[in-house]
Design a protein around this ligand. Structure first.
Ligand code: GNR
Ligand code: NI
Length: 174
């Protein structure tokens, strides 16, 4: 197991579209284990492979509060199979946009199909924070950050501050 460095915006790797996973093998399972370790240590509720510099369609999610029984989900090649007509708004954060938050509107309920860590096709129905988090993670696989879903004014304010912090060496970069 290993902790992986998390990329902070602006970073060109966070803007790339990730490639589908071809084969679910031990190397991929090792990446997933390292991503969970990194997620719990951060701590966060979700992590996408491009955030650790791996441009493959893999995400890990666990929205259970610290202290309660863990409910880890590893989603390989996740695809939204259905989204509700009703929307929800959450004050979102992102480990690649540290210390910045904004309200983001997304479908309230989703169905997502994916491969699990055994390579089996699965379907997950989600609402609430889990639905929001899974959509936020799939966005990362398409090179989209939550700031791309808010006003240009707020987006540029956040990205300017992160760039400045990076230049001053205030943020850990990978
Ligand atoms: O830890 C995280 N919290 C969070 C809160 C609201 C909506 C989405 C998230 S995901 C984020 C971790 C992260 O950056 N995942 O990509
Ligand atoms: Ni994120």
């Amino acid at each position: 197991m290993a902790l992986l460095p998390i990329l902070v915006a602006p970073d060109p790797r966070l803007k790339k579209v990730s490639s589908p996973v071809g084969q679910v093998n031990d190397d991929l399972r090792r990446l997933i284990d390292d991503m969970f370790e990194t997620l719990y240590e951060a701590p966060g509720i979700g992590l996408a492979a491009p955030q650790v510099g791996v441009l493959q369609r893999v995400v890990v999610v666990d929205v259970t509060p610290e202290g309660s029984t863990r409910q880890p989900h590893a989603l390989i090649n996740p695809e939204l199979a259905w989204v509700s007509g009703q929307d929800d708004s959450y004050n979102e954060g992102c480990l690649s946009l540290p210390e910045h938050y904004a309200n983001v509107v997304r479908p309230a309920e989703i169905r997502v199909s994916y491969l699990n860590r055994d390579g089996q096709q699965q379907c997950l129905e989600a609402k609430g924070l889990l639905a929001t988090c899974v959509q936020h993670e799939i966005d990362h696989l398409d090179g989209i950050l939550f700031v791309d879903r808010i006003s240009a004014l707020k987006r540029n304010m956040i990205l300017r501050k992160l760039l400045k912090a990076k230049k001053q060496g205030n943020l850990a970069t990978a």
